[in-house]
Design a protein around this ligand. Structure first.
Ligand code: GAF
Length: 410
């Protein structure tokens, strides 16, 4: 079965209680702190991050919550509601190779913090237990949420002193080297830097970020996610192949990365590259333009005016970058038919979710139309839900800690 389990939304309070209960059941004592990290939707800017380009993601109101308790024997134990096992390892034995499976994400973050300069020789140890209402494999960054929740927790509990940008770099290193997925910096940045009702414009070359208010409420707009339940995997296959094509394109055109090219370079690119590599390169060049264009349009005319960029982005991913699947294309067509302002697949592709920017009054009709169209096409029933652009990862109030500990520095 290659479909997601599509958990129902729980809300942070319920996730908090589930994490505390799960921790106590797994380890036989109570946790001492709670941490939460959201998933993300990418509004626009796909596969541009590892090309040093621009992205515009936002954190969403789906979360991974972690209950934790510091231990003094240098052991780390990890467990979660989606596995029965408790994985245990000494901090002295951590390496990119010594971790595997689900636990490679949390343990990989601890290892990567060491690579980033944390003095792991002096940290005490940790028990952690994780719950989540972010669907796995749905293109909503359940992995970055897990990496980031561990990152903010060890940073504060062990006094590592990293800022959020560095925690994003640590999360990406865990994913690249411990998990083995050659992903960029977007997801961890969105999860760690997200702000309520806003997206975050990230220049993935300089790592400069700018919060871009979306103003959806002012225009009575919502963002509806259609999770196709076609599950993707970035450690294998298409994602890595796209990245390799981009690197080949940049090498052939004599630039450090595709970020260094603009629309004026398309003619030369077409001359020098084979047709497939050219189309991959064209997607990146035009997608970077669309991100900046969308932000300009948004700031000048509001979210209701950005439909053209969203739609063009999907077409480019479908035809040039070829990372869409029929279920995603159908969901985008249905959204347009129902009257969405714009619609596109979001995330790495090869499955996962699409988003539609649509007037609030049409959201329910859109959900029904998606289910009907998928049934008619013989596809698995999609999961359709609204997401709210939300705050990034936070420490949750819990016991005395909430009174005495200041909010995490952003
Ligand atoms: C995945 C990756 F993790 C991101 O780094 C990014 O490349 C995205 O796919 C595509 O935009 O989410």
């Amino acid at each position: 079965d290659t479909t997601t389990s599509a958990p129902a939304p729980k809300g942070l309070d319920e996730l908090d209680s589930a994490a505390v209960r799960g921790f106590a059941a797994a380890y036989g004592e109570a946790p001492t702190s709670l941490w939460a990290a959201p998933g993300r939707v990418n509004f626009i800017g796909e596969h541009t991050d590892y090309n040093d380009g621009f992205v515009l993601p936002f954190a969403i109101d789906r979360h991974t919550v972690m209950a934790a308790r510091v231990r003094d024997d240098r052991l780390v134990r990890v467990s979660s509601s989606f596995t029965d096992e408790i994985v245990e390892i000494s901090i002295d034995d951590l390496s990119a190779e010594s971790v595997s499976g689900w636990s490679a994400y949390p343990l990989g973050v601890i290892w990567a913090a060491g690579v980033q300069g944390a003095d792991l020789a002096r940290v005490p140890g940790l028990d952690l237990y994780v719950v989540s209402d972010i669907p796995v494999g749905a293109g909503l960054s359940s992995s970055a949420a897990l990496e980031s929740v561990v990152g903010i927790a060890i940073d504060e509990l062990w006094g590592l002193g990293f800022d959020r940008r560095t925690l994003a770099v640590i999360g990406r290193r865990a994913e690249n080297e411990a998990v083995g997925a050659p992903t960029g910096i977007m997801d961890q940045s969105a999860v760690l830097l997200g702000r309520l009702d806003s997206a975050v414009l990230i220049d993935c070359r300089s790592l400069e970020t700018r919060v871009v208010p979306l103003g959806l409420d002012d225009e009575e707009l919502v963002i509806v996610v259609t999770d196709t339940r076609v599950e993707h995997e970035h450690a294998t296959g298409g994602y890595a192949a796209r990245r390799a094509s981009c690197e080949l394109g940049a090498r052939t055109l004599g630039v450090p990365s595709l970020r260094d090219l603009g629309p004026d370079d398309l003619g030369r690119a077409e001359e020098l590259l084979d047709d497939e590599t050219f189309r991959r390169v064209r997607h990146i060049i035009t997608e970077n333009e669309r991100v900046l264009d969308l932000v300009r349009t948004l700031e000048k005319h509001g979210a209701g005016a950005v439909g053209a960029q969203l739609d063009a982005s999907h077409t480019s991913m479908r035809d040039d970058f070829e990372i869409s699947v029929p279920e995603l294309d159908l969901s985008v067509e249905v959204a347009r038919r129902v009257g969405a302002i714009g619609s596109r697949m979001t995330g790495g592709g090869f499955g996962g979710s699409s988003i539609a920017l649509i007037h609030r009054s049409k959201a329910e009709a859109l959900a029904e139309a998606q289910r009907a169209a998928f049934a008619e096409a013989g596809y698995r029933e999609p999961v359709v839900f609204t997401v709210v652009p939300s705050e990034g990862a936070v420490r949750r109030p819990f016991g005395e800690a909430s009174v005495t500990d200041p909010a995490i520095e952003r």
